[in-house]
Design a protein around this ligand. Sequence first.
Ligand code: G6P
Length: 605
Amino acid sequence: MCGIVGAVAQRNITPILLEGLKRLEYRGYDSCGVALHVDGKLQRSRSTSRVTELQAQIDQTGLAGFTGIAHTRWATHGVPSSANAHPHFSRERIALVHNGIIENHEELRTELSTAGYIFESQTDTEVIAHLIDHLYHGDLFEAVQQAVKRLSGAFAIAVFCRDEPHRVVGARLGSPLIVGVGKGENFIASDAMALAGTTDQIIYLEEGDVVDLQLQKCWIVDNQGKSVQREIRTVHAHSGAAELGPYRHYMQKEIFEQPRAIADTLENVTNIMPELFGDKAYGIFKEIDSVLILACGTSYYAGLTAKYWIESIAKIPVNVEIASEYRYRDSVPNPKSLVVTISQSGETADTLAALKHARNQGMLHTLTVCNVATSAMVRECELAYITHAGVEVGVASTKAFTTQLAALFLLALSLAQIKGRLNDEQEAGHIKAMRHLPVAISAVLALEPQIIAWAEQFAAKENALFLGRGLHYPIAMEGALKLKEISYIHAEAYPAGELKHGPLALVTKEMPVVTVAPNDTLIEKLKSNMQEVRARGGELYVFADADSHITASEGIHVIRLPEHYGLLSPILHTIPLQLLAYHTALARGTDVDKPRNLAKSVTVE
Ligand code: G6P
């Protein structure tokens, strides 16, 4: 998704801006650009290709300067093109980059066109540049404060002006923006990761803040225009461009990192206690009578799995909602509900807005399961469990998902304990099983060669069906999502019992049917559903486990996971589905880590 970097310094900042863009690349983008203050003029370079291409362009022109901004764009309004790429200029005086969506852009466009501004792009962003220019009377900070009052929607912006060579102004509302404080130089970015290696002194701007960055000055006003001090934190942001090592893609690397990621996520768990989720967790868990889970994408499927765990182990009712639906729905709030957001990035706009909506409805007990300790989600929730997956670069989430599952299983156990539904023996058994997970996952990863053989057959297909039941239905959904995201094969998941109510009509010998089939309480029912598929000529690709008693025969291909893992089996059964998607995509030659049209961190609605 879109990324911002900006700087005001006394040295050439082009390398800092380009390095920042490279660190933000993994989030997904379709064009990029840089603008600098050069000899009293604005100059820019834009590209619809990769950042390395932009760099080559800049190397040729020798674009250099002390003050400037840069951007990676993920198209929302207007196709990916040079004209639509940021930075946008207004009258060769204002340069601006923007993340987010301006909802009243049409109205502003009409107004500014009437005032004589000529629009060169189809973007919503260009109206902000012209609006600031329109309101500019010699003080950029003042003009930006006036302009943001006219904007509705979500934005993070960085702006500079031809007439004020040592100043960059930023503002945010609904999209993240941070300031990097340096010595005699200051920076701005959408994510601290963009500034890794440049400064670790970070200020997280709050909703409605406007910041004035000069060489020796970093001045912030809040949404009332009142001067405010924000805490400077030391943040050891990782570089997004982690080493690939022996792997071909980040996704492959991240799949294979899962034993380590799960071990790190569970590192401090010696026994089950609510305090794992924060100091106030004990009191909150005691008080709540239900759970509302809010999330998007893969994180939503983690939430669906958690519903099965929490309801069956802790006996607490759970609702799981897609954040973008929940935020606009008339729902019945329960102030005694624990609101749980699940997010890899902690910056997903819909999930943040859903959290805010729940709070506005009077649901004040909030917890997040999140992979980024410094994210908005963690800052805004009362309680948090940080998964230690490490930086996830591949757009398709893998290790973030399985670590979320591990954290959510712990949540189910902690709630069960508080409600008196977990005895010591059960607790010890669960802890033992969790401790063994890294070894069990490694054994599943060793099945890769068998999965590659299946992937070669899948690569020729255009459709696939995924089946699961109970706890493994959300895992089937996650498997289908992985396959469609990176191989572009149309895939959908069904609870196997629902097959006869529609999808069976699609089953022919051309339709591979992936079945998640551990030996759980529904295995016999699932076997009947598999027979329904076979009777229609469908080819079954079954991920069974040590106890499933399913043997390969004509039209039934079986890969057996080495262990049966009971309640934690969803974590193990996710792994082969990730590998199947990865190797199918590889065989089809797609851009695995940056699938078309998708972004890693979706910071717009
Ligand atoms: C995007 C990513 C997905 C992710 C989803 C939610 O769609 O491509 O991998 O699951 O956003 O992101 P979050 O950071 O909130 O988990």
